[in-house]
Design a protein around this ligand. Structure first.
Ligand SMILES: [Ca+2]
Ligand SMILES: [Ca+2]
Ligand SMILES: [Ca+2]
Length: 124
């Protein structure tokens, strides 16, 4: 049993680190003014760039088209899964509200770098 768990951990861990690294990069690109504070509006505005029919919902196919240029296809599922918190197949402002309840520990409306690190460590 222990060995199986260890094997599983070894198999899952590197992938997890990749995703963490990726989310780190996503955080940095979302924080456009680079002040180490990511406000919810900033984060959602970033995702909304992919909302091609402007209905305030980023569907899976919109997301897929949006990140095409970033060469992130390999991580597309994981990224979409991460942002679609309520798992209804669309990334909306609501998903970001929930994400912020979970990640913004001091409740000041922004996820700071330490808050982001803590959250990603919990996630993976
Ligand atoms: Ca849309
Ligand atoms: Ca959703
Ligand atoms: Ca905060």
């Amino acid at each position: 049993m222990f060995l199986t768990n260890l094997l599983l951990l070894l198999l899952v861990r590197p992938k997890c680190n990749n995703i963490k690294e990726l989310l780190d990069k996503v955080y940095n690109s979302m924080d456009v003014d680079k002040d180490g504070q990511l406000y919810r509006e900033q984060a959602f505005d970033y995702i909304k760039k992919y909302d091609s029919d402007a209905d305030n919902e980023v569907t899976r196919s919109e997301f897929k088209d949006g990140i095409k240029d970033l060469h992130l296809q390999v991580f597309e599922d994981a990224l979409f899964f991460f942002f679609d918190v309520d798992k209804n197949g669309k990334v909306t402002d609501w998903d970001f509200k929930i994400l912020y309840v979970l990640a913004d520990r001091d409740g000041d409306g922004a996820v700071s770098v330490p808050e982001k690190d803590r959250f990603l460590n919990k996630f993976c």
